[in-house]
Design a binder for this molecule. Structure first.
Ligand code: NAP
Length: 276
């Protein structure tokens, strides 16, 4: 079972959770139910994924006490302005149909819109009102983090960013450690693109594990929170079966060597302007 990571506000999140981006709304409840049955206790969704209802349905029907489950959602990019953010949060809660959200993130900073400080102040307000346990951000670069911390005095509990062996974001780690912001790796398998990587394949075969398991194990040993996604029951189960082996120093060193500045698979937070 995944260990829990203690966040800077005292809350705890399972280090390994289940992501549901691109999981069709019609199968989300089933996929999340399989995940909970397999032992996942943390689920990562977002307003933009269109599948919060399915997540809520699975959470409510899981037969696992609500306080043992951790639900993350994210504020959509077009709702940074306070009134819109409050309305968007209400919609999230009515779709999830749960009392309190465990973690709410600003999905992207969208610097061109210049409203992420207002969004952050609104998340603080919702947390202070008891509607959210923990608040954080996603896709924030150092300058965005410095700005929200400087203007509010409140440090996000997590920053969810693209991170995987081809895009290790090592230059970002020190700032996060200094401010006790936990990094959560999105697209931890490179959105599936790393699963045929020959370097990781050879490490995986040495340990008798799959490439996906090897990469997930790497995130755990790097001290990152990790949220792989799959819609297949057997993959959901096997992605959690990563606690019976350990990558050695040589494996870690080899994986360090495949990092690339061009390894990004998603959008660049500094220039992304898409609103949803
Ligand atoms: N904050 C953000 O901006 C942001 C952006 C992207 C993602 N995220 C979060 O991060 C989560 C994970 O990222 P992701 O969905 O991009 O990709 P990912 O977890 O890196 O990879 C998922 C892909 O790998 C495949 N896969 C998973 N396990 C496998 C296995 N054991 N064997 C073979 N194939 C396997 C999946 O296929 P099948 O589903 O067909 O099994 C899917 O194509 C998302 O679901 C979301 O929660 C956040």
């Amino acid at each position: 079972m995944p260990e829990e990571i203690r966040l800077n506000d005292g809350s705890a999140i399972a280090q390994l959770g289940l992501g549901v981006w691109q999981v069709d709304p019609s199968i989300t409840a089933q996929v999340v139910s399989w995940g909970i049955e397999a032992g996942y206790r943390s689920i990562d969704t977002a307003e933009g994924y269109g599948n919060e209802e399915g997540v809520g349905q699975a959470i409510r029907g899981a037969g696992v006490p609500r306080n043992e489950l951790f639900v993350t959602s994210k504020l959509r990019n077009g709702a940074h302005q306070r009134d819109n953010a409050l309305r968007a949060f209400d919609e999230t809660m009515s779709k999830l149909d749960i009392e309190q959200l465990d973690l709410f993130l600003i999905h992207w900073p969208i610097p061109s819109q210049n409203k992420y400080v207002e969004a952050w102040k609104t998340l603080i307000e919702l947390r202070d009102a008891g509607r959210i346990k923990s608040i954080g951000v996603s896709n924030f670069n150092q300058e965005h983090l410095e700005r929200i911390i400087g203007e509010t005095g409140v440090t996000p509990a997590v920053n969810q960013i693209e991170l995987h062996p081809r895009f290790q974001q090592r230059d970002k780690r020190e700032f996060h450690i200094k401010h006790n912001i936990r990094i959560e790796s999105w697209s931890p398998l490179g959105s599936g693109r790393l699963l045929k990587d020959p370097t990781i394949e050879s490490i995986a075969s040495k340990h008798g594990k799959s490439v996906a398991q090897t990469i997930i194990r790497w995130h755990l040993q790097e001290g990152l929170i990790v949220i792989p996604k799959s819609v297949h029951k057997e993959r959901i189960v096997s992605n959690l079966d990563v606690f019976d082996f350990e990558l050695d120093a040589e494996d870690l060193d080899t994986i360090k060597g495949i990092d690339s500045p061009d390894g990004r698979t998603g959008s660049d937070p500094a220039t992304t302007t898409f609103l949803f």
